[in-house]
Design a protein around this ligand. Structure first.
Ligand SMILES: [Zn+2]
Length: 665
């Protein structure tokens, strides 16, 4: 997952002439007052530049128009991204509140700018035919984005567009905040922890009342659903998990859908899904719906076979069973892997203590891309357990990142990469953060991770490297992860492949007690078992994708969102909807991704194609990794994603590698 505040697309000056400016890496502000002061200064600077831009007379040139326009984007990027991160992670409620407020201010300004007819007219008279290809692409994209924002509508429409955008910022924050702050607990008998790993049981002792408390945070919830023998206890956990942010977000979601629909209509679109897909690789909601149907159909027979294996395993416990329930799928999935494929993910956990995995991710990516990482001990960060690193190549610093990897109260609950600042060639270095909720970070706890967590770590690191490597474009708006949104999950999903290679894993996955590397054969079995469950996984993903498209597919005024979840889950997921649950209330992607959850599978199609250039015998071939870094990652948003992929592959991308993957046994 990736989180970033929308930044008004800008073009930027780039240090065309003269020596590059010294690197200037920002430190996180940890006080509410300094955060607010800093954001206010950026906003003020952006406002002044906008006035300069409006008041120019005479012919428009790159220097008098593009340069100030880009300067605005630099200021918005700096303040909006930092606030967007801190409102999700800062331990001090005053800072989170200040960050939320300044996120609103920056969004409001960005919307005003996107509706500024004078700025649009100035940019549209600019002659960029003599400029480089990236600049031409960027200006064309910026003008299109202005039109999509409604800049050429009449003043009354533009005023309403502004109000709707401002309101949507607030609604989105409310939706995310409700999920972030709602941690449910379930009180259990110690015997209901039967089946869980020993270290989990040690970490969850009974209280004075003889009960054990387990929370809905991932490190508690995920192992519980895989290992707890008690189906009744799992059902209670499942219901608690699927009740997060209920009832608050049911109402928030209704408002979010209504305002998006109104906004889309004002801008001339049938629906929000119609509007939001237009500037993506997929280009329309019709194509997105067709894609989702196509993938669900391709996966159908495979998903049916997967389901039969879960059901027959359940029938060993309960001979009369005719169905696997949603709170049983992780448990029976785990049983089938353990018993049929002899893969027990508990057998892998001792090889994945957090600290070793972290070092492994760093070492693997350093080797792959020819860079080094250096720990920065004295960086100013938002919480004491956040670690900071610089990324270097040949001793030259390329950027900085922070790792905030373990749960904390009132912290963002999922796993995501957050941009903090986009880089610009010769002017400023990129900075980004990973925010995750992995085990570890507690004294005396080795922080044993699931292999799934290791996979997620590689995934998020893929986003991080994209953000950092793309930090040397000429303009800020085509720097960093500024590519089409439905391409964003391709680099991250491709990097997951390194988490499944035995020779890669054996370099860092050492048993936390004996120091032995993970047995090759254990990884091979995990790889075979990985094939199992693909059909169920794809159908589940298509359930989410259909849900996100359909909630945004038309007039929501009489929509019962729970009824939509029920209908689509029953049709597409392999597991029936459970009454009195409300998944949509904690489906965080509805805020950031709105209608376009399909992007994960779309990106996976491309990721499988990208990965096909690496030879399985050697995932570290320097030429391939270098070409990938240059053509795909470093290029950022300097050309359409399909072009970047074609430059790397030497041909347009296709579905072939993906279909081979899905159908392979
Ligand atoms: Zn992602």
């Amino acid at each position: 997952m990736r989180q970033a505040r929308p930044v008004q697309q800008g073009t930027g000056p780039a240090g065309g002439a003269g020596a590059p400016a010294p690197p200037d890496v920002v430190a996180e502000r940890s006080e509410a007052t300094s955060l607010a002061g800093d954001a206010a200064a950026h906003l003020e600077a952006a406002r002044r530049l906008r006035e300069v831009l409006q008041s120019q007379t005479g012919p428009r040139t790159v220097t008098n128009t593009l340069v100030p326009y880009d300067e605005i984007a630099i200021h918005v990027d700096a303040a909006a991204n930092r606030c967007g991160l801190l409102e999700r992670v800062h331990p001090d409620p005053a800072v989170r509140e200040a960050a939320e407020k300044w996120t609103q201010e920056m969004s409001q300004f960005a919307t005003q700018l996107s509706l500024d007819r004078a700025v649009y007219d100035a940019l549209s008279t600019l002659d960029v035919t003599a400029e480089d290809e990236a600049t031409q692409h960027y200006v064309a994209r910026t003008l299109r984005d202005f039109r999509r924002a409604g800049v050429d509508r009449d003043p009354a429409v533009r005023a309403r567009v502004q109000d709707l955008n401002d309101e949507l910022t607030l609604i989105g924050q409310e939706f995310a905040r409700n999920i972030q702050s709602d941690r449910r607990t379930v009180s259990l008998l110690p015997s209901e922890l039967d089946g869980l790993p020993a270290d989990y049981i040690v970490a969850h002792p009974a209280g004075a009342d003889g009960r054990v408390v387990v929370t809905t945070d991932y490190p508690d919830y995920v192992p519980f659903m895989s290992y707890a023998k008690s189906g009744a206890a799992r059902e209670r956990m499942y219901r608690a998990f699927r009740s997060r942010a209920v009832p608050a977000n049911l109402d928030v979601l209704d408002r979010m859908l209504a305002r998006r629909h109104e906004l889309a209509g004002l801008l001339g679109y049938r629906s929000w899904a119609h509007y939001i897909t237009e500037d993506k690789m997929i280009a329309s909601d019709t194509a997105a719906n067709e894609f989702v149907q196509r993938i669900a159909a391709i996966a159908a027979s495979r998903a049916g076979a997967d389901y039969e294996m879960l059901l027959s395993r359940k029938q060993e416990d309960d001979p009369g069973a005719i169905e696997v329930f949603d709170w049983e799928k992780d448990y029976y999935d785990e049983r089938v892997r353990a018993e049929h494929f002899q893969v027990d993910s508990q057998a892998m956990r001792p090889y994945f203590p957090y600290e070793r995995v972290k070092q492994g991710v760093l070492d693997v990516t350093a080797k792959l891309f020819g860079v080094t990482y250096q720990r920065v001990e004295d960086a100013s960060v938002w919480a004491p357990d956040v670690e900071t690193y610089d990324i270097l190549e040949d001793g030259v610093r390329l950027g900085r990142f922070h790792l905030d990897m373990h749960p904390r109260d009132d912290k963002y609950k999922h796993a995501a990469e957050f941009g903090i600042r986009n880089g610009i060639r010769g002017r400023q270095l990129p900075e980004a953060a990973l925010v995750c909720n992995f085990p570890g970070g507690v004294a005396g706890d080795p922080g044993l991770m699931e292999h799934d967590d290791v996979n997620t770590f590689f995934h998020e690191f893929g986003h991080l490297l994209h953000a950092l490597f793309a930090g040397r474009q000429r303009w800020i708006g085509i720097g960093g992860i500024s590519t089409e949104w439905d391409f964003v999950e391709a680099p991250s999903q491709m990097l997951e492949e390194w988490a499944w290679d035995a020779s890669v894993l054996r370099t860092f996955a050492l048993h936390h007690e004996t120091g032995e590397p993970i047995p090759e054969e254990l990884v091979q079995r995990a790889r075979r078992a990985r094939e199992f469950g693909k059909g169920i996984y794809v159908r589940q993903q298509m359930f989410y994708a259909r849900l996100s498209l359909q909630l945004h597919g038309g007039d929501p005024s009489r929509l019962d969102t729970t009824a939509v979840v029920r209908e689509l889950q029953n049709e597409t997921s392999m597991f029936r909807f459970i009454e009195d649950t409300h998944f949509q209330a904690s489906f965080g992607h509805l805020e950031g991704y709105s209608a376009i959850y399909y992007t994960y599978m779309w990106s996976l199609v491309i990721a499988k194609d990208l990965f096909s250039r690496f030879r399985p015998e050697n995932l570290f071939e320097p030429d391939v990794a270098r070409a990938y870094r240059t053509h795909v990652l470093e290029a950022g948003g300097s050309a359409p994603a399909a072009t970047l992929v074609e430059r790397f592959l030497g041909r347009p991308f296709s579905f072939a590698a993906y279909e081979r993957w899905l159908n392979a046994s």
